[in-house]
Design a protein around this ligand. Sequence first.
Ligand SMILES: Nc1ncnc2c1ncn2[C@@H]1O[C@H](COP(=O)(O)OP(=O)(O)O)[C@@H](O)[C@H]1O
Ligand SMILES: [Mg+2]
Length: 250
Amino acid sequence: MSMKVISIINLKGGVGKTISSVNIAHILSTIHNKKVLIVDNDKQGNTSRLFGVKDATKSIADIMVESCINVKTVIKPTIYNDLDIIPANMDLLEANLAVITDDEIEGKASILKNALDQVKNEYDYCIIDNPPDINLSVINALVASNDVLIPIRIDQFALDGMKDLIEQINNVETARLKGCFITQFSKNKMNLSKLEELRKSSNYPILNTVIRRTVKVEESTFENLPLLEFSKRCNASRDYVALVEECLKL
Ligand SMILES: Nc1ncnc2c1ncn2[C@@H]1O[C@H](COP(=O)(O)OP(=O)(O)O)[C@@H](O)[C@H]1O
Ligand SMILES: [Mg+2]
């Protein structure tokens, strides 16, 4: 087994990074019987809250600051089979500052990669949920990743920041942009034509699967449940299942 690491990234907030990370990870483990590690790399800890580990004693902040940490002491099980998590909370803010200002630390961009390498034979996939930023944490995620997925919401500013993000991805030799995918899509004339435009004009690969907007998604977050556990048949559930299938074939 050699763990494949996939980062879900966009510089913008509210585009569906967390929802996508959680559901891609959950679908890989439940439908595809993969062993999956989800990494919460956002100090807001939304993914951690969803899995009930927001207040775990150890978090990704400890990985950033403790050079010889045994990563297994940070990994927590979730209530789902074959789905474990590295939690995050506000400690990550201070941890990143500590790393940035410490001149003694070498290889500041590969801290997460080195930690994840410790468990690369224990998981099939690692999904990293990122903050809406390009900070030390995100650079660490990119260096640790084989693939990058970018969720995009269609609006006037859909592609803002994409150039910078793609530049950062291209800077990291080992990370490959697998593709962008549309989230929170409402099917109407305007959006369909915007989507068409985006597919034609974009310099970036846009996956075929589109994640539709449904109120079930928001409801699932209030119940702290992955979509398949909350509403197996809603549009977004089916779309995420299709998205994972598409990605596995790429
Ligand atoms: N397909 C969808 N349909 C409806 N609401 C969605 C969908 N995807 C995400 N949302 C909602 O959009 C908001 C932002 O999603 P989130 O995954 O937290 O974004 P990010 O992590 O990029 O900030 C959340 O309130 C979430 O419930
Ligand atoms: Mg998020």
